[in-house]
Design a protein around this ligand. Sequence first.
Ligand code: 13P
Ligand code: SF4
Length: 393
Amino acid sequence: MTTTTETYGVDPTPSPLALLLLGREADPNSERGVECPGDLPAASDPDLVARARAAKEKLGDRVFILGHHYQRDEVIEFADVTGDSFKLARDAAARPEAEYIVFCGVHFMAESADILTSERQQVVLPDLAAGCSMADMATAEQVAECWDVLTDAGVADVTVPVSYMNSSADIKAFTGKHGGTICTSSNAKRALEWAFEQGQKVLFLPDQHLGRNTAVLEMGFALEDCVLYNPHKPNGGLTAEQLRDAKMILWRGHCSVHGRFNLDSVNEVRERIPGVNVLVHPECRHEVVTAADQVGSTEYIIKALDAAEPGSKWAIGTELNLVRRLAKAHPDKEVVFLDRTVCFCSTMNRIDLPHLVWALESLAEGRVPNVITVDAETEKYAKAALDRMLALP
Ligand code: 13P
Ligand code: SF4
């Protein structure tokens, strides 16, 4: 019998998604973007660390490397600064002398860095397949359609859009155009307070969990004040009356990493480690955040661990690279991952040492790879929304 690949249901042609994840294809419908040209050094190359060091040294002050807290250790080692998305947005804007900003994070973060940096500076994303599934859950067309639905229901005039940093530049531009602001997980409450001073309702994009958790747990709204707009249903699956009664119109998006923690994870860890403090990111589901002891952005989580008593026990509900680093940095405390199965953010993990070496060596040789550029019109409105966030008290 001849065995063909079909026998095993294996298609010999890689799918567009597989190619995208390999950084070798374009998806015009995704904020993840386009091809990753050039040959990468082999991951097994024993000289990768030395090569990264040499290229970085050669570039000197011309390059500034930003590393998000969810990046791999091998990449964080070369970051000039590390931070959450809010801190990195500010840090990018504070380095006007660097010609190249190498962003070790995901696509929407690099876009924001391009918007906030000068014309003269170029932002490089070492692997263009490093996108964010949450950001992809709100497209410009879907959001424009949603605004039409709000207009037909007679509520658009009193609604202020607040968009999470984890969104494409198009969504940020929509937000700026309609008088709204961007927020991150470390300033969502302040952003919502500001928005409710400007209007009567908020359209919160694209993370339903951050929106709900902030409104209910920090601002005193009831769960019934929040409705969920599903872009895949006619009129978002909501009636005009529901839209008129709501305070928070939450977009039906979520993080594929944080959204996987559940109540069982919390109960199981409490049983396994008596006295444990459960600390989770606000992108987790409402029931997880409610059952936790503390909730906060990645920067908050890091500070909480720094301030914790020696001997204290912590179960952390956020991305695994960060939790592992925290466990290593605090050998005097017991630090565990909240769930046994939830793992790395696969797109954050796209940026590895071979991609970083490739990007730095290309720059050192005078080629600028994987430049992230936001067009002028989008930039103008997206910057208005980002500037509103940066000016929040
Ligand atoms: P922060 O960096 O705002 O904590 O967000 C976490 C995240 O999911 C980034 O992609
Ligand atoms: Fe997106 Fe979640 Fe990954 Fe952050 S952790 S980049 S929100 S998928």
